[in-house]
Design a protein around this ligand. Structure first.
Ligand code: ADP
Length: 235
């Protein structure tokens, strides 16, 4: 037999393995619950409460798959997106507008620096910067348990790149997890609360236009997590 070399992108392979695992687990659970109902012994029927409980579990496992697929679609949204000059403050504002109605944002106070001067425009895929802010703000709000202050600042670094920093007052990211948090499907959130895709998708978006997304080490004695988004200024 003749063999040809098939190139596989390592990241795609890792993603596929992750998807198979992440969706396989809830699917196996759903099958188990359905079989439990299907093979119910009429001589020893489940009580109404038990049946409701099983259906509730089927529902929450199904929701988990639904959430994973929705997040994954963000990866594969039509790849061609115009890179344009984007006002990062406007992107942040629309992200905040999306999130404000959510319960976990009720006790969150937003601060922007500088507050009363325009922010430098950046080169970013139009429409996607907002999505990155949504992910970072959601994580910040989650980390603070829904109350505290999120500070977003815009500065220009020595290399002339625009640095957008999102800082919160939560417990921060333990040092040993600093790299892992960017892996697809890595999450420390309760089952059903996180898919572990937010940061990896955000980083992928930012990298498509030559930017970076990094966790900034928190200075000793300070609390909170700080994420830096570095982008080129508009050309
Ligand atoms: P998810 O939010 O679904 O868990 P993410 O990729 O967005 O997926 O984040 C991965 C993990 O990174 C989180 O589960 C959490 O452990 C950690 N993390 C992200 N943002 C923060 C933050 N602001 N403070 C503390 N930990 C964070």
């Amino acid at each position: 037999a003749r063999h040809v070399e098939v190139a596989t992108d390592a990241a795609v392979g890792q993603l596929a393995a992750g998807v198979a695992h992440e969706i396989g687990n809830p699917l196996a659970a759903i099958l188990g619950y359905v079989d439990l109902l299907r093979t119910e012994d009429p001589r020893a029927p489940l009580s109404d409460d038990e049946r409701r409980d099983v259906l509730g579990r089927v529902r929450s496992e199904t929701q988990r798959i639904h959430r994973i697929i929705r997040d994954l679609l963000e990866y594969s949204r039509p790849g061609r997106e115009e890179v344009a000059a984007v006002d990062p403050h406007a992107a942040l504002d629309s992200a905040v507008k999306l999130l404000e109605p959510q319960a976990r944002f009720r006790g969150v106070e937003m601060r922007t620096i500088p507050a009363d001067a325009p922010w430098p425009q950046v080169e970013a895929p139009r429409g996607r910067l907002e999505q990155v802010f949504v992910n970072l703000l959601l994580n910040a709000a989650d980390a603070m348990g829904g109350s505290g202050r999120i500070t977003v600042s815009a500065t220009t670094n020595d290399a002339g790149r625009v640095v957008l920093e999102v800082a919160d007052e939560g417990p921060g990211v333990p040092r040993h997890l600093a790299r892992k948090i960017f892996d697809p499907f890595f999450t420390t959130k309760e089952p059903g609360h996180g898919t572990g895709l937010g940061l990896s998708i955000s980083r992928a978006i930012v990298e498509t236009c030559g930017g970076t997304l990094e966790l900034v080490p928190t200075p000793a004695g300070e609390r909170g997590a700080r994420f830096a988004l570095t982008l080129s200024p508009r050309s």
